[in-house]
Design a protein around this ligand. Structure first.
Ligand SMILES: [Zn+2]
Length: 400
């Protein structure tokens, strides 16, 4: 009997047949594998598990996911074939901020607005969005033959996991590992949320470098000139800092300057971190709106003066005319006003790197905010000890 061989190889058909064969065997579940080995009278070696890094449940998987999975899968299959009950544990990540962005874009396409939708409805719909994407990703994983145990699959926003997260948080809070603190954080005025450093990126933008004179108190016609890319933050200045080795300024250390517009006396302090070559060598210190100045402020016990709120608007104890302005309008207005007072020496147009929100590319505002923090010192020590004792091994060795 003759049978014609098809002219083209249909990989789709064959792959489906093979993967359904695998699925029927249920051997990707380590419990079943153990039973199988027992039934055959074979040795059962030590169990082996890989927690697969869960992909974000907000879109299609890409080549990077597949590349990572192929390594995990090859290792898992090797362990299985050498007699280890093996678990490749799959999962999907709700990926908080990224998914919020992806879903918000979806809503915008439909002409909907997340702020009008309300918190609960947004959560509900966003959860469904994740579920749809999770099921899509699962199919894609199965299509490449990933030998994971889907009977154990987890989703990071699953109520069971959320319960564990809450319990762990409470436990760490009671142990003093989790605490609240006022520190400077990146805030996106557009997204109205605090951002982790990893959620920001740097971009070259046009800006200005303004040279402003701060009159020295008690010395007529003497002033210290500072250069700044953000004149509006001067309203929150607490000091002017110079390098103690900078001979141009040593005579002013310990004296006071008059902060223009605010008409407030602030000290001239000495700190070795000040770069004598940069700008004029004298820097304005705004602890509430610059991470570097925040540290400097702590070191020198300076006042913290908030003048920009989380929406990027001018606020606080400042002259009325600037209140409520956005930072750029305030900067322009201030330069005009300083010029009238004869305290603006020069404005240079520059290009410089600014930190922007990864999602909407709005420049971030460093703002003092009350946030939760986790003290990882103890956890890091345990992890290091475990590495040193050899209990945890990193493969390949060069990566340790
Ligand atoms: Zn943003």
């Amino acid at each position: 009997m003759q049978k014609e061989i098809s002219k083209t190889f249909d990989s789709n058909k064959l792959e489906k047949e093979i993967s359904s064969l695998w699925e029927k065997s249920t051997l990707f579940n380590p419990d079943n594998m153990e039973k199988y080995l027992k039934g055959k009278g074979l040795d059962i070696k030590k169990p082996f598990t890989i927690t697969l890094p869960p992909p974000n449940a907000n879109g299609n998987l890409h080549l990077g996911h597949m590349c990572g999975y192929s390594f995990h899968d090859a290792i898992g299959r090797y362990m299985r074939m050498t007699g280890h009950p093996t678990l490749l544990l799959p999962g999907k990540d709700h990926a908080g901020i990224q998914t919020e962005t992806a879903f918000t874009k979806e809503l915008e396409k439909q002409g909907k607005n997340k702020w009008e939708m309300g918190r609960e409805e947004f959560y509900k719909q966003c959860y469904e969005f994740c579920m749809t994407n999770a099921s899509n990703a699962r199919e894609q994983e199965k299509n490449i033959g990933l030998s994971a145990d889907y009977s154990r699959e987890f989703f990071t926003l699953d109520p069971r996991l959320t319960k564990t997260v809450y319990e762990t948080f409470e436990m760490m809070f009671k142990q003093g590992l989790v605490y609240r603190d006022k520190r400077i954080v990146n805030v996106c005025p557009n997204c109205k949320t605090a951002l982790a450093d990893i959620d920001t990126q740097h971009e070259e933008r046009r800006g200005i470098f303004a040279y402003i004179k701060y009159p020295v108190v008690g010395s007529k016609d003497k002033y210290i000139m500072v250069a700044t890319t953000r004149p509006e933050t001067m309203l929150g200045d607490s000091a002017v800092a110079v390098n103690p080795k900078d001979e141009r300024y040593t005579k002013y250390i310990g004296k006071k300057v008059l902060l223009p517009i605010q008409n407030k006396e602030i000290p001239v302090i000495a700190d070795e971190s000040v770069d004598m070559e940069m700008g004029t060598g004298a820097v304005k210190v705004t602890p509430a709106h610059s991470p570097i100045d925040f540290e400097l402020g702590k070191k020198h016990n300076l006042e913290i003066v908030n003048v920009i709120n989380e929406e990027g608007k001018m606020t606080g104890d400042i002259p009325k005319k600037y209140k409520g302005l956005d930072t750029i309008s305030c900067s322009k207005q201030l330069c005009e006003d300083l010029d009238k007072l004869g305290l603006l020496e020069e404005i240079q147009n520059i290009k410089h790197e600014v930190a922007v929100c990864e999602r909407c590319l709005t420049p971030v505002e460093p703002i003092i905010s009350n946030q939760w923090y986790l003290n990882v010192n103890q956890l890091a020590k345990k992890a290091l000890d475990s590495l040193k004792s050899g209990e945890t091994k990193v493969i390949p060795k060069g990566q340790q």
